[in-house]
Design a protein. Structure first.
Length: 256
């Protein structure tokens, strides 16, 4: 696919799914800006991207987002594609969760995408073209134990996606969500360590617990998510909007 000359911004682009998306879209010719809080990690990653740009950004902070996108536009021009990938998860029984825990999950996973979309949407509408892709989760499509706040935030991302897609459908802008299952990233590796520590299970047993709802019985690879994002950026996906695309080995069957 040819994204030559397109400016892509990827939040949380220094590792995991975000880094895989950066690789994929850069290889397709896009000018890639990766954002995050860890500049050392971003700088390391950007070395592998052709003409890539690393920008510090805390997606929960309105001023930080405004400054980051101003720097991105200064470096690569108006944003054509936004990938909201930055996120975090905590695992706690609901009865042990504090308001601060709950609020932190909403801030990074839901408010973050909201602020980043606000930073680019008007520019996309003005030129009559744009792609907004929110990396959600299967936790946007179903419930899981011990991640109530995370799942609530990701359900909110899906509501944002669907409603905004309708609102801007006549402006040449598409808005979609990609919903990976358990993916081989640091978040999943931390989840495995948490299961092992709390249940005395082996790594193999902990992994089996994570993937037991996935009929393929395997972790999703970041490159699989990146390939889905790349397709949504293409001209061939111009009529795909307001969708939640699960990359999850058929763990989730919508409408059932």
């Amino acid at each position: 696919m040819d994204l030559q000359g397109k400016h892509v911004v990827i939040t949380g682009g220094g590792r995991g799914i975000g880094a895989a998306i950066a690789d994929s879209l850069s290889s397709a010719g896009a000018k890639v800006t990766i954002m995050g809080r860890n500049m050392a990690r971003l700088e390391d990653k950007v070395q592998a991207l052709r003409g890539g740009l690393a920008v510090h950004c805390d997606v929960t902070d309105e001023m930080s987002v405004a400054k980051a996108f101003a720097l991105a536009v200064e470096g690569h021009g108006p944003v054509d594609i936004l990938v909201n990938n930055a996120g975090a998860a905590i695992s706690l029984p609901f009865r042990k969760m504090t308001k601060a825990d709950f609020q932190s999950m909403l801030e990074v996973n839901l408010t973050g995408p909201f602020l980043c979309i606000q930073a680019v949407l008007q520019g996309m509408i003005d030129k009559g073209a744009g792609r907004i892709i929110n990396i959600a989760s299967t936790a946007a499509l179903k419930g899981y134990r011990y991640v109530t706040a995370y799942s609530a935030a990701k359900h909110g991302v899906l509501g944002l996606t669907r409603s905004l897609a309708v609102e801007v459908a006549g402006n040449g802008v598409t808005v979609n969500a990609v919903c990976p299952g358990f993916t081989e990233t640091d978040i999943t590796r931390n989840a495995l360590k948490n299961i092992m520590a709390k249940t005395n299970r082996t790594k193999e047993q902990a992994l089996a617990e994570l993937v037991r709802h996935n009929p393929q019985k395997s972790l999703i690879q970041p490159e699989e998510v990146a390939a889905t994002v790349l397709w949504l950026c293409s001209e061939e996906a111009a009529s795909i909007t307001g969708q939640a695309i699960a990359v999850a080995g058929n763990e989730v069957m919508q409408g059932i």
